[in-house]
Design a binder for this molecule. Structure first.
Ligand code: ADP
Ligand code: MG
Length: 140
């Protein structure tokens, strides 16, 4: 499959949780493109704007059936775990998930809070320092 990958140059390292989620979502979507769309090419865009991570995966295949695209019934129990899994993962992270028709093909769009890796490291440092201070206080 020919993949056209665009990653905006300003993209920073994000929290491990967010990076792994991006990886899993792309993995599932490309599997879907390969299995269901009939398309032999896909575009992936990853960018960051105003502290939001934007991810889109587009294919040029036969498109997704209208029943699957309908509002709340988007992810019925009868559908595979893939799209439902993505929806749940994105919701847990406080993001948004959308799947819609393109002409031709399908576009999956995901918005996630862009939690920078540096912020998470800072947080871990603070916790560690707080722990040391506390331990020292206890032993005194
Ligand atoms: N890129 C796509 N193009 C066409 N149909 C798709 C695409 N992605 C998903 N679908 C449709 O949505 C259904 C649900 O997808 P998913 O939840 O990943 O389950 P699974 O891949 O296990 O069938 C698929 O069975 C397929 O009919
Ligand atoms: Mg799938």
């Amino acid at each position: 499959m020919a993949i056209d990958l665009h990653i905006s140059p300003n993209l920073q390292r994000l929290s491990q949780e967010i990076e792994i989620s991006i990886f899993r979502i792309v993995q599932e979507c490309l599997t879907n493109v390969h299995r269901h769309s009939g398309s032999n090419r896909a575009n992936i865009h990853i960018s960051e704007k105003r502290n939001q991570l934007l991810l889109t995966i587009r294919d040029y295949g036969k498109g997704i059936s209208p029943e699957l695209l309908e509002g709340a019934s988007l992810i019925p129990a009868s559908s595979g775990v893939g799209l439902r899994g993505i929806t749940e993962r994105v919701r847990e992270l406080g993001g948004e998930f959308q799947i819609r028709p393109a002409s031709p093909g399908t576009i999956v769009q995901v918005v996630l809070p862009a939690v920078a890796r540096a912020d998470v490291d800072d947080l871990a440092d603070h916790k560690e320092t707080a722990g040391r201070v506390k331990a020292k206080g206890n032993s005194a």
